[in-house]
Design a protein around this ligand. Sequence first.
Ligand SMILES: [Zn+2]
Ligand SMILES: [Zn+2]
Length: 171
Amino acid sequence: MPGGRVTLADPIPLSPLSVSDSPEDKFREFLEIRGEKLTEPRRVLIRQIFDSHKHFDADELVADLRAAGRQVSRSTVYRTLRLLVESGLLRELRLTNRTAYEHDYGYPSHDHLHCSACNTVVEFRNDEIRHLREVVSREHGFRPSGHRFVITGLCPACSRARSPRRRLDLI
Ligand SMILES: [Zn+2]
Ligand SMILES: [Zn+2]
């Protein structure tokens, strides 16, 4: 069913990195350089976002905030998300039908599989992809700082649901 929530498949294969500064400290530092303050709504947002690692979009964040009884305006959510991406705390993830966000700071670099039917996002790490990034960058005289790689398709459950004939073949 399309349009479902973006969910992080279990079990989570990656564990967070240990970092000395909290996301809140990092964000305060970033804002101070720009002459801005870590206002109360921004503090509420950063706590909500860094409570758990998942892939979320702006609408889900607004819904989560409401469910937690935290009042932050939609425009503050959008503007703060942009700032969190600029500061390197969050990473933007362009999926087929939406833009999702996830922790970048304090989390190992990884890539994704995205199920176009149920919206499940699976994380994985692959050394060959990182090696390829180095090789291609070197060929072009590039100094890589990141990359995006998303495999789109059907997860095992959706794949089974859509091909009953193949399932019969396997019996
Ligand atoms: Zn699926
Ligand atoms: Zn991820």
